[in-house]
Ligand binder design. Structure first.
Ligand code: SF4
Ligand code: SF4
Length: 136
């Protein structure tokens, strides 16, 4: 199973090679799903890690000790399917293919495993059926 984390970098931590250190020193295999970080200004990065790796706890502590705020994502993005009218508006805004509509029923299908938490669907649904929850 894959764990996803949101890392929030303060300005001062953007001058350090923290992700490189995570891979090299803690032997963490990770995928960067999204990153919006500017040197000297800070920003956010979303990464996915296979949870059977041994050093995840130490690696997270390493990030925190360098000023990075780390939030793990619980059930990622939630979709209230009971109120969905299957209009398809959210599908075109989803860059990862997590939201699809296809024959034969033409109903919205949400695959959370493909979600990269870009949050675009939170704005694109006219009925506000998407929400997100974070845990620390
Ligand atoms: S935009 Fe909202 S109502 Fe339309 S298909 Fe997506 S979740 Fe359903
Ligand atoms: S958060 Fe982004 S990737 Fe996830 S379902 Fe919404 S639009 Fe798709």
């Amino acid at each position: 199973m894959e764990l996803k984390y949101i890392l929030t970098f303060p300005p001062e931590s953007t001058f350090k090679s923290l992700i490189y250190d995570l891979v090299k020193e803690y032997n963490i295999r990770l995928s960067i799903l999204r990153a919006e970080i500017e040197i000297g200004k800070g920003g956010q990065l979303i990464m996915a890690i296979e949870n059977e790796q041994d050093n995840i706890g130490e690696a997270i502590e390493f990030l925190k000790s360098n000023g990075v705020s780390v939030s793990s994502m619980s059930d990622k993005v939630f979709h209230d399917s009971s109120r969905c009218v299957h209009c398809g508006s959210c599908v075109s805004s989803c860059p990862s293919g997590a939201l699809t509509i296809a024959a034969p029923d033409w109903k919205l299908n949400f695959n959370p495993d493909k979600c990269i938490v870009c949050k675009l669907c939170l704005k694109s649904c006219p009925m506000g059926l998407f929400s997100m929850e974070l845990i620390n």
